[in-house]
Write a protein that binds this ligand. Structure first.
Ligand code: GDP
Ligand code: MN
Length: 396
């Protein structure tokens, strides 16, 4: 589950991590109230307005703007709130901005230089350890830094059982070239950020930029956070942070009926049992010249009700031109699955306008093939994957 910047910053603040302070605004009519509150807490005269959407690169798309005073703020808020923001990370049509974050300006001039860094905490699946990834090149696209100047990205691996050691956060601050007060503040920042990441059961805390202000504070100016869905049961309050408007409606619906569905861009809808088989099926579709429209794991019980729900979900995606059912009958027998498919198709007679290929392999697969072949619906059966693949190539 992904969070908005303002939600992520609230969590950071609760864990003592210094942030660029701000207030979220949902409704233009509240602008006075919200700004009064921010000014009373921060004394800021200049503001930054940031679109709150689940996508980065907002600055480039016109979703982050500075307002020099309160009159200017009114204008800037009306430009951003309600806009359709297009960034390199949004879909082509962009995303509707339903809320903005009004923040204090932290790029003020002062006795020393301002610097932008990149700091993230994430899981390194290869080593099974947490990792702090950091760079002096903050505020810019980290992917292009990784590509063009990989030597400017540093890694600090942390044993999850031991936690972050003081020498590790000191090494981060040192490698970032800091000295004096800002060095001490970075050591504290990194330690608290790491602890925030672990106690939230997150899979990513990405802060870009982390800012060294001109008076040597170290603060999080942006925050991109992904929480681990499997841990949400022990963070009941995080459930309230879910923004359904930002999530794919088919995925949300699938989740509510206990199906694992991930929307993709292709045109071959897939219904598969088991995540591993689903991944392999997607590869095979690609090799057959198709493009998977989704990942869908119907799980162990492929009965008529479940199959029908799965068909309906797949058909909500208007790009789907073929449906491929690829089910292995191990615990569940193929003939039962076949009957489930036929029952589902009987219930949905006029709703399916795309060809369906059904490949059932495993216990009683030949009986299953007979059931499919004699059902009277426009369904192609296959036992070997090659047959299914040939059919995809022919129909695509
Ligand atoms: P992103 O574009 O989605 O990554 O959004 P960020 O929150 O990272 O903001 C983008 C950029 O806005 C930052 O890299 C800064 O250059 C700029 N910015 C953010 N806060 C301030 C601020 O307080 N003052 C000024 N002058 N610029 C800011
Ligand atoms: Mn950013």
């Amino acid at each position: 589950m992904n969070l908005h910047e303002y939600q992520a910053k609230n969590i950071l603040e609760e864990h003592g991590v210094s942030i660029q302070r701000g207030k979220v605004l949902f409704d233009r009519n509240d602008i006075k109230k919200v700004t009064d509150k921010l000014v009373s807490e921060t004394n800021t005269k200049c503001f930054v307005v940031k679109a709150q959407i689940h996508a980065g690169g907002r600055g480039k798309g016109g979703g982050v703007k500075i307002a020099k005073n309160r009159t200017d703020l009114d204008k800037v808020v009306s430009e951003i709130l309600g806009m359709r923001l297009i960034t390199p990370q949004t879909p082509k049509e962009g995303k509707l901005v339903n809320q903005v974050l009004i923040s204090e300006d932290v790029y003020y001039p002062g006795p020393s230089e301002i610097k932008e860094f990149y700091v993230s905490v994430l899981l390194n699946r290869k080593s099974g350890k947490n990792m702090i990834m950091y760079s002096t090149e903050g505020g810019v696209d980290i992917e292009s830094v990784a590509e063009k100047t990989p030597e400017k990205i540093f890694y600090e691996e942390i044993d999850p059982l031991i936690g972050i050691m003081p020498f590790q956060s000191r090494r981060v601050a040192f490698n970032l070239g800091l000295v004096g007060e800002s060095y001490k503040n970075m050591v504290k920042f990194v330690t608290l950020l790491y602890n925030c990441y672990t106690s939230s059961d997150a899979s990513l805390f990405e802060i870009n930029p982390v800012l060294k202000t001109s008076d040597d504070k170290i603060i999080a100016v942006d925050a991109k956070v992904s929480l681990d869905d499997n841990s949400l049961f022990r963070h009941k309050k995080f459930e309230l942070l879910r923004d359904l408007k930002e999530e794919n409606p088919i995925e949300t619906q699938a989740k509510s009926v206990g199906l694992n569905y991930v929307d993709l861009d292709g045109n071959v809808g897939c219904m598969v049992n088991g995540a591993g088989l689903a991944m392999a099926t997607m590869d095979l579709i690609k090799q057959s010249g198709g493009d998977p429209a989704n990942f869908l794991d119907v799980g162990g019980t492929a009965d008529a009700k479940r199959v029908e729900t799965a068909f309906r979900l797949i058909l909500k995606d208007k790009n789907v031109r073929i449906i491929l059912v690829n089910i292995f009958g191990g615990i569940v027998r193929c003939d039962r699955v076949a009957q489930g498919i036929v029952d589902a198709l009987n219930n949905m007679k006029n709703e399916i306008h795309v060809p369906i290929i059904v490949r059932l392999q495993g216990t009683n697969s030949s009986i299953a093939k007979q059931i499919i072949d004699s059902c009277g619906h426009k369904v192609y059966s296959a036992v070997e994957f090659q047959e299914a693949s040939d059919k995809i190539q022919e129909l695509i």
